[in-house]
Design a binder for this molecule. Structure first.
Ligand SMILES: [Zn+2]
Length: 337
C-alpha cells in the first residue's frame, strides 16, 4: 500500500511538496531516508546478520528495532556489487561471497522480495543491476535487460505473496549515463505500474554534468503522480538541485560516513574537519545556530576534536546527530520555501 499526495507544485521547476502514506504511517517529501519520519534498512546486511528468519522470529524489523513508522528496505543489490568479495551475475540473480565470512550465497529476484517481506518493510526495492562507472554501452544494456527482468519477477513474486495490505514496491531505473537506455528502462518499468520509481546507478563516479543530464531527462518521462527516489545522493547542494527536478526521496551514507571521518556540515557548501589541530582549544559548538543535540548541549569543537583523536566512538554519534539534523533541517527549509 502506498498513497502519494502532491500538496504543492512549483511554478518555476519540477519541485513538489508531497506526502507518502505507507502501512506504518506517512512522511512528507522531499525526504531524506534517514531521520525522523522514515528510515532505510539494508537488506544485504540484515540477510547476512542476523538473518531475516531471526528478525521474523522477533516479529519483524519494526518490532526488532522498536520503530513503528515507515521503513524502506533496499534490495541489497548495491551492497552485493560494492562489498561482496566475489560476485557473478546470472540470468536469475547474483551469486556472491559474504564480506564477513566468505560464505557463498545466491540471491534471486524472488528471494530478495521474500527477505524484505520477512523483514516487514513498508517500501521494498527489487533486485537491480548497478553497472559500474565507466561501463560500455553493452554492459549498460545488459544491466537494463536484467534489471527489467528482475523487476517483472519481483512484481509477480510480491503479488503471489500477498494481495491485502501489500507493501509498496518501486521500480529502479538503470542504464548508466546513456540517455536512450535510461529512457527505455523507465518506459518499460512504467508499463508494470510500480508504486514509485527509483533512479539507481548514479553518483557512482560519473561527472556531475552526466548525472544531472540523466535526472533531467527522466523528469520528463517518469509519471508525475508517483514518488521518485534518487538513490545514493546526499550532498546538500545536490539535494537542492534534485528536488527542483522533481525528486521526492533520497538516501545516502554521506552524513554518517563524513561523521565517522570527523567531518561535519556547516552550510550547504561548507564542511568543517574537526581533526584540524587549530580546533584543539576551540570552545564553540560546531554551529552556534544549530539546534541539534550536539550543538544545543554545547559539546565544544575542542572536545569533539579530542574524542576523534582518541577514537572514542561517542564522537561518531555526536557528529552523526549533527549531520543528519543538518540534512533534515535543509529539507525542512526547502519545503517551507
Ligand atoms: Zn548541530
Amino acid at each position: 500500500m502506498l498513497k502519494f499526495q502532491i500538496l504543492k507544485n512549483s511554478r518555476k521547476s519540477s519541485f513538489r511538496i508531497g506526502k507518502i502514506t505507507t502501512l506504518h504511517g506517512s512522511f512528507s517529501t522531499p525526504a531524506f531516508n534517514l531521520g525522523t519520519e522514515i528510515i532505510l534498512a539494508n537488506t544485504y546486511h540484515l540477510y547476512l546478520r542476523p538473518g531475516e528468519k531471526n528478525i521474523k522470529k522477533m516479529n519483524g524489523l519494526h518490532q526488532f528495532m522498536n520503530w513503528d513508522k515507515p521503513l524502506l528496505t533496499d534490495s541489497g543489490g548495491f551492497q552485493v556489487f560494492s562489498l561482496a568479495k566475489m560476485r557473478k551475475i546470472k540470468e536469475d540473480g547474483v551469486e556472491f561471497s559474504s564480506h564477513i565470512d566468505g560464505s557463498k550465497h545466491f540471491l534471486t529476484s524472488e528471494k530478495v522480495i521474500d527477505i524484505q517481506y520477512a523483514l516487514g518493510a513498508d517500501i521494498m526495492m527489487p533486485l537491480d543491476y548497478c553497472a559500474t562507472y565507466p561501463c560500455s554501452y553493452k554492459e549498460a544494456e545488459r544491466a537494463v535487460r536484467l534489471t527489467l527482468a528482475w523487476a517483472r519477477r519481483s512484481r509477480e513474486r510480491l503479488d503471489k505473496l500477498t494481495s491485502k495490505d501489500r507493501p509498496a514496491l518501486f521500480g529502479i531505473v538503470q542504464g548508466s549515463t546513456f540517455s536512450d537506455l535510461r529512457e527505455y528502462c523507465a518506459r518499460e518499468l512504467i508499463k508494470l505500474n510500480f508504486d514509485g520509481y527509483a533512479i539507481g546507478g548514479l553518483a557512482v563516479g560519473e561527472p556531475k554534468k552526466e548525472e544531472w543530464k540523466i535526472i533531467r531527462h527522466l523528469d520528463k518521462i517518469l509519471p508525475k503522480d508517483k514518488p521518485r527516489y534518487l538513490m545514493g545522493v546526499g550532498d546538500p547542494e545536490d539535494l537542492i538541485t534534485a528536488t527542483k527536478l522533481g525528486i521526492d526521496m533520497f538516501d545516502c551514507v554521506l552524513p554518517t560516513r563524513l561523521a565517522r571521518h570527523g567531518v561535519v556540515f556547516q552550510t550547504k557548501n561548507l564542511k568543517l574537519n574537526l581533526l584540524k589541530s587549530e580546533l584543539k582549544t576551540d570552545k564553540n559548538p560546531i554551529d552556534k545556530n544549530c539546534s541539534c543535540y550536539t550543538c544545543k548541549n554545547n559539546f565544544s569543537r575542542g572536545y569533539l576534536h579530542h574524542l576523534i583523536k582518541e577514537k572514542e566512538i561517542l564522537c561518531h554519534r555526536l557528529l552523526t546527530i549533527h549531520n543528519l539534523y543538518f540534512i533534515q533541517n535543509l529539507l525542512k527549509q526547502i519545503i517551507n520555501g
